[in-house]
Design a protein around this ligand. Structure first.
Ligand code: NAG
Ligand code: NAG
Length: 635
């Protein structure tokens, strides 16, 4: 019976695929996908003797009989399961182009800086400088007095310039920022879940702000705690990054050719700035060195990219360990604003050969020419954004930039790591640069990049939005696997009517893997029965459900378990974004449809700094919804 059903399902699947493929006129490479081996696998199973069919069908009972094996996952599936084959199937053919939905028609505050918090709220921070938004401060909150320089009058600002956005209910809660202006600031999630925001503009250029964490119950009543003048230098357009020791570093900013460390203790001043001539050397007439890209190298050093050059800095000794080849083709940092990600760090690859160092690779895409900002600012001539995407293995002895082309040029876009290890490039423009009124031709279509595909087959353009997300737009990966997309304000105030109005609408983009067609491949994490806090070098088990449990044993190669540090995103820079693919040991079907995978947690805090991560189980390229886990600091 089950076998018959399976046959029918398979036929249906192939028919649907065939129809879908024809309907969408897919490129050939998508059709030649290993998912088609499904048929061959089932055929093998169908040829087994009847008795074994029964064993397969009664998988549930089999699991129950083997309860005594519960803590002995090194053993293969017992009993009649031994007759099943372990077959690798490869990634599922995913042909959807994704889907957009409008989830909030007016969130009130344009999302210039955002960070998803472990409380499933997105903290949104705009700039105070506008003195306006579309969301009033809560009843009873003190308005902020200010001097209107134009009219020379004392006024009060009663608008919210920050808010908490609930990703489950899509409701917002206005927040008050009463001190220094966070305009073009930096930030990150600290190991205890507190959002630490640094720098900004004018009175906020040396500020440190704390939100959430211990002492605040997360029951929807957290407020900012603000401290002005704690940083040693002004950090306007600086980049913040969490180090393995749980401390933040802030690098650069306008006319700030230095970095400094953020004291872990709230309200304490930073000790001193460290002069960093590299930022001065890479600053050109249009700057193009702001919001430098900073990635934590697996050995604890910092890969820092500014304009078209990069190096490796040891943040403990303050020594420059090496420099990397110049990346030709243009400028990548603000205002030429390209995108950069550290590709997922795969701990399985490293495990294969213990004496091999852990591999880390950086992707650097888009941007514009060094003089593009000058053209946009002075002549309102918007040069086409760069189309190239470049990869470099930063852990290699002889690294080089390997160039590819995106389907479209992109400036001010976000590059986000998806739970299955793909990269999504979203938002931004096809012409011009960052800054007010300096870009044109919104890039409405996200692009999916699959790093492990063959070169030339890695990019796929997805469904377009119809909302322009240009300067001051943001996006974030949600635990559901959807992308939260918001912001865009290309003016010096809030403008409702304009070619590119100030956006307070929020959209959600569902990447191709969320198409309901692939539902049967989507693992579902058994949250109640999983460990949610662990430390380094620990062996853990993650339990999950999977509807699609074909008549074979699961193959470890068909699974990935990723952990993702939610970044602080602003101006196309996703500070602290990081994905690690955990080392897998074994997988076992405990009972019908209930699986358990044995893994090692990361070996050190320089590979994965302590803090909150989104853990996803990926089956054949289709990710589960994520579960929040916490890596506790090393003792
Ligand atoms: C790197 O950027 C600088 C500053 O914009 C520029 O002068 C130089 O020509 C660039 N180098 C290359 C190889 O593109
Ligand atoms: C392991 O890696 C080391 C260093 O890269 C290399 O010399 C050695 O040949 C590798 N061993 C195997 C078995 O691949």
């Amino acid at each position: 019976m089950v076998n018959h059903l399976n046959n029918v399902l398979l036929i249906l699947t192939f028919t649907c695929l065939f129809l879908a493929v024809n309907a969408q006129k897919l490129p050939i490479f998508d059709i030649l996908h290993p998912s088609h081996f499904d048929g061959a696998v089932s055929h093998n199973i169908l040829n087994l003797p009847t008795k074994n069919h029964k064993a397969v069908e009664n998988g549930g009972q089999d699991g129950v009989n083997n309860q005594n094996q519960e803590d002995d996952d090194d053993e293969e599936e017992g009993g009649q399961n031994k007759l099943k084959m372990r077959v690798k199937k490869g990634d599922v053919l995913v042909i959807s182009n994704g889907a957009w939905e409008l989830i909030n028609e007016d969130s009130g505050v344009s999302a210039m800086h955002i960070n998803l918090l472990p409380t499933n709220k997105i903290l949104v921070i705009d700039a105070k400088v506008y003195r306006v938004s579309r969301l009033k401060l809560p009843e009873g909150a003190k308005c902020i007095p200010f001097r209107d320089e134009l009219t020379n009058e004392n006024k009060e600002d009663c608008w919210a310039h920050a808010m908490e956005y609930d990703i489950i209910t899509n409701q917002v809660r206005p927040l008050r920022i009463g001190e220094g202006d966070p305009w073009c600031s930096s930030g990150g999630l600290s190991p205890d879940g507190t959002l630490v925001s640094t720098g900004g503009f004018f009175d906020g250029a040396k500020s440190i702000r704390h939100f959430s964490g211990p002492g605040c119950t997360n029951a929807g009543n957290c407020e900012f705690k603000e401290y002005n003048n704690l940083l040693k230098e002004e950090r306007w357009y600086g980049t913040q990054q969490l180090l393995g020791n749980g401390e933040f570093i802030v690098v650069g900013g306008r006319r700030a050719f230095s970095y400094e460390f953020v004291p872990r203790e709230e309200g304490k001043a930073s000790e001193k700035p460290y002069f960093f001539p590299f930022l001065y050397e890479t600053s050109d007439l249009d700057e193009n060195n702001l919001y430098p890209f900073v990635h934590l190298h697996p050995e604890g050093n910092l890969f820092i990219f500014s304009n078209n050059r990069s190096l490796l800095l040891n943040p403990t000794t303050n020594k420059i360990l090496r420099t990397y080849p110049v990346l030709p083709g243009g400028s990548r940092n603000y205002p030429a604003s390209g995108m950069s990600v550290l590709l997922p760090i795969d701990l399985n690859a490293a495990a294969a050969n213990a004496s091999k160092p852990i591999r880390a690779e950086v992707l650097m895409c888009g941007g514009n020419t060094p003089d593009a900002f000058d053209f946009a600012e002075k002549k309102k001539v918007f040069l086409p954004a760069l189309r190239d995407c470049n990869r470099m293995v930063i852990t290699d002895q002889k690294p080089f930039w390997d160039k590819e082309e995106m389907p479209t040029g992109r400036v001010m876009g976000d590059a986000l790591l998806l739970p299955n290890g793909q990269v999504l490039m979203i938002n931004g423009a096809q012409e011009g640069t960052a800054a007010w009124w300096d870009a044109d031709k919104p890039n409405y279509a996200p692009v999916l990049y699959t790093p492990w595909m063959l070169k030339g087959l890695r990019f796929r353009q997805l469904e377009s939005s119809n909302i322009a997300r240009m300067y001051h737009s943001t996006s974030a990966v949600l635990p559901s696997g959807k992308i939260w997309v918001a912001g865009s304000n290309t003016h010096n105030t809030y403008k409702a009517v304009d070619r590119f109005p100030t956006e307070t609408r929020v959209e959600a983009f569902s990447p191709p893997y969320l198409d309901s067609f692939y539902q049967r491949y989507r693992p579902k994490i058994d949250e109640d029965n999983n460990l949610k806090e662990f430390t380094y070098g620990q062996v853990i088990k993650v339990q999950f459900f999977l509807e699609d449990h074909p008549l074979t044993l699961p193959h470890l190669d068909d699974f990935k378990v990723s952990i993702y540090y939610p970044p602080f995103t602003t101006h196309g820079t996703a500070m602290g974004q990081r994905m690690v693919l955990l080392r897998k040991h074994s997988i076992r079907e405990r009972e019908s449809g209930l699986y358990r995978i044995r893994l090692s947690t990361p070996p050190s805090s320089s590979i994965a700094p302590p803090g909150y991560y989104m853990l996803s189980v990926v089956y054949r390229g289709i990710p589960s919804a994520a579960m929040w886990v916490r890596i506790k600091p090393q003792q």
